[in-house]
Design a protein around this ligand. Structure first.
Ligand SMILES: *Cc1c(COP(=O)(O)O)cnc(C)c1O
Length: 228
């Protein structure tokens, strides 16, 4: 038997540290701490690692893959009905049905075909996950996301052509560059398109993201430790 009590205490410490740093970053930026949602990224971690984080009071979680989330979360959600689950990784159109059924938010809308499929599934299931459009701020070919110069047109199409309500924007800055300019660019695109939510910032850079307006920080390593 793993020592759940010791594990929970360690997780409580890490979670408390992250929460304190969020509060401090908000204070430094003159923002309300309640304006930032902590999304605990549990990808690659099993139920045994997730439960102590739930026990420590965390309720909003992020996963990268639909299949993995489907294997882990439905049973946990029966026991903890107030869990909120966010999809933060790329979404294939053929998984859109399952994604709409399972997730409360999708951070990775990035192309017309997916917008079209999501529109149909949202209508069919009568479920409306919070939607973020992902911006590929670094223009990295291997990454998903809409290029910054195409963002305005894509957002307009989401609204006018597909009737989708987009809540905000998400970005994942290039690993080898300072993230702040990427956060600033994402915030600027959101502002001119009248969007309130920004999914930006991970373990290494969430304070900078909060300074630039992030409302959803996606934090894995600082809570769960290094991924296996
Ligand atoms: C894994 C992942 C995170 C969390 O990264 P950490 O550095 O572990 O905090 C955040 N966002 C996305 C899109 C991810 O894939």
């Amino acid at each position: 038997m793993p020592d759940l009590t010791a594990e929970t205490a360690a997780v409580e410490d890490r979670l408390a540290t992250v929460r304190q740093e969020i509060v401090r970053a908000c204070r430094d930026a003159g923002r309300e701490p309640g304006s930032v949602t902590l999304v605990a990224v549990s990808k690659t971690f099993g139920v045994e690692a997730i439960e102590p984080v739930i026990a420590a009071g965390q309720r909003v979680f992020g996963e990268n893959r639909v299949q993995e989330a489907k294997a882990k979360w439905p049973a946990l959600r029966v026991r903890y009905p107030d869990i909120e689950l966010h999809l933060i990784g790329p979404l294939q159109s053929n998984k859109a049905r399952e994604a709409v059924a399972l997730f409360d938010a999708i951070h990775s809308l990035d192309r017309p075909s997916l917008a079209e499929t999501l529109t149909k599934e949202i209508a069919r299931q009568g479920r409306s996950p919070l939607l973020f459009v992902e911006i590929n701020t670094g223009g990295e070919p291997q990454k998903s996301g809409v290029l910054p110069e195409r963002a305005d047109d894509f957002l307009k199409d989401c609204k006018e052509k597909y009737g989708l309500r987009i809540a905000g924007l998400m970005c994942l800055p290039p690993a080898d560059e300072p993230p702040a300019p990427h956060f600033a660019l994402t915030a600027k695109i959101a502002q001119r398109n009248e969007m309130n939510l920004l999914s930006m910032g991970m373990s290494a850079d969430f304070a900078a993201a909060i300074a630039l307006g992030s409302t959803h920080v996606r934090i894995g390593t600082a809570i769960f430790g290094e991924r296996p």
